[in-house]
Design a protein around this ligand. Structure first.
Ligand code: ADP
Ligand code: MG
Length: 388
């Protein structure tokens, strides 16, 4: 068990135009489950691989348990890694696959077996120890890959999208198992995913990366309730937060349809340009009465039972001076609403969560009003959250 520290870490691959990870500082507590999340290419794997000693650190320092490991060889760092493509040895039994690293490390056979059996018990693999990988399901194979990491009882687990080869249902089951398992073991874990739902459900804290830069690191609750910038606001949450760009009036009011509210003195002070971006989550755009708030034309209604999501665009009547921003967090295809129309997110940029038992009909207009207490304000020029 150990803490992990990234201290102003940069990784600039030779010949690359710009760094893949820039000036990353991150303190991960002993026993914490930290998730790195962000769109493809944002530097998640690079961040993890530097900690594993598989990529060179161009600048800054990495510490494990307070010890500087920046220039320590990978094999001398007490870590175990689980990748997306967990290549098991096909000719070896589950037992031998799990024990291979221990055998290489010359751990005695009795101790090896003890650790393998303990891991198998935790992972529910006891009955499969003598099977070959091809006789296992995808989920079981994935657990064997976890088992290989567990038997080494490392200081830190590193996991790079370990669930992306599993189907949606198994992914949900396995993510719960992994999170509870590593917590029970108390091992510090750094877990990479591009899937914000996975990040939010698994992490003690979640670090959001974009273009190699840390956007915010916080608990899932804080990320959801107080995103530090427009990027995090649009990336975290599914369906994504509604974002509206609008110009602040000379009287410092923000207008959204028929609604208007005054910027606080602190927000006024912090604002660097003429525009603000107002963010409202789908559940905080509340159905109101005719003529009150924003008029939204329902293009697609997605009924999910308890809830329904209405995807729509602003009706001309309340569209003046307000520009909805299309957001998309690049989730897996199977979690993006299958609406046909919505492949053109620009066409229906707004999402409203409504009671699943009383959804509006397609092509009708619904009036919605954001709960001002729940609206998020960002400086459009900088993307940063404005103070309350
Ligand atoms: P992620 O895991 O978030 O998808 P990566 O860490 O794999 O992102 O990549 C971050 C950026 O670094 C990308 O632009 C990628 O093209 C680049 N990159 C990754 N590996 C290398 C490499 N070995 N050489 C040069 N560029 C790389
Ligand atoms: Mg990656």
């Amino acid at each position: 068990m150990s803490s992990v520290q990234y201290d102003h870490v940069t990784c600039h691959y030779p010949g690359a135009e710009r760094p893949s990870v820039s000036d990353l500082s991150l303190d991960i507590a002993d026993g914490e489950f930290l998730v790195l999340v962000g769109p493809s290419g944002c530097g998640k794997s690079t961040t993890l691989r530097m900690l594993a000693g598989l990529e060179d650190v161009s600048d800054g320092a990495i510490r494990i348990g307070g010890e500087d490991v920046t220039h320590v060889a990978s094999r001398d760092r007490d870590i175990a890694m689980v990748f997306q493509n967990y290549a098991l040895y096909p000719h070896m039994s589950v037992r031998d696959n799990m024990g291979f690293a221990l055998k290489i490390a010359k751990v005695a056979e009795s101790e090896r077996n003890q650790r393998i059996e303990e891991a198998a018990r935790i992972l529910d693999l006891t009955d499969y120890l003598d099977r070959k990988p091809k006789a296992l399901s995808g989920g079981q194979r994935q657990r064997v890959a976890m088992g290989r990491a567990i038997v080494r009882s490392p200081q830190v687990f590193l996991m790079d999208e370990p669930l992306s080869n599993l189907d949606a249902k198994l992914r949900v089951q396995t993510r719960t198992q992994i999170a509870s398992l590593t917590r029970r073991m108390g091992v510090t874990t750094v877990y990479v995913t591009h899937d914000q739902t996975e990040a939010m459900t698994m992490g003690d804290r979640v670090a959001v990366l974009k273009d190699g830069r840390l956007m915010q690191v916080d608990t899932p609750r804080e990320l959801y309730d107080r995103p530090a910038n427009e990027f995090v606001a649009g990336f975290i949450g599914s369906p994504a937060m509604n974002l509206f760009r609008t110009t602040v009036s000379p009287q410092h009011t923000v207008e959204l349809g028929t609604l208007s509210w005054q910027l606080s003195p602190a927000a006024r002070e912090a604002l660097t340009g003429p525009e603000v971006t107002v963010g409202v989550r789908p559940e905080d755009l509340v159905i109101s009465s005719e003529g009150h708030g924003l008029a939204v034309v329902a293009d697609v209604v997605e009924e999910l039972g308890a809830d329904a999501y209405v995807y729509g665009h602003l009706d001309q009547r309340t569209a003046q001076h307000v520009t909805p921003v299309a957001t998309s967090h690049g989730e897996d295809e199977d979690t993006v609403p299958n609406t046909g129309l919505n492949t053109e997110a620009d066409a229906s940029p707004l999402v409203i969560r409504v009671d699943g038992r009383q959804p509006p009909r397609v092509e009708t207009t619904v009036w919605v009003a954001p709960d001002p207490e729940r609206a998020h304000l960002f400086d459009t020029a900088t993307g940063l959250r404005l103070p309350d």
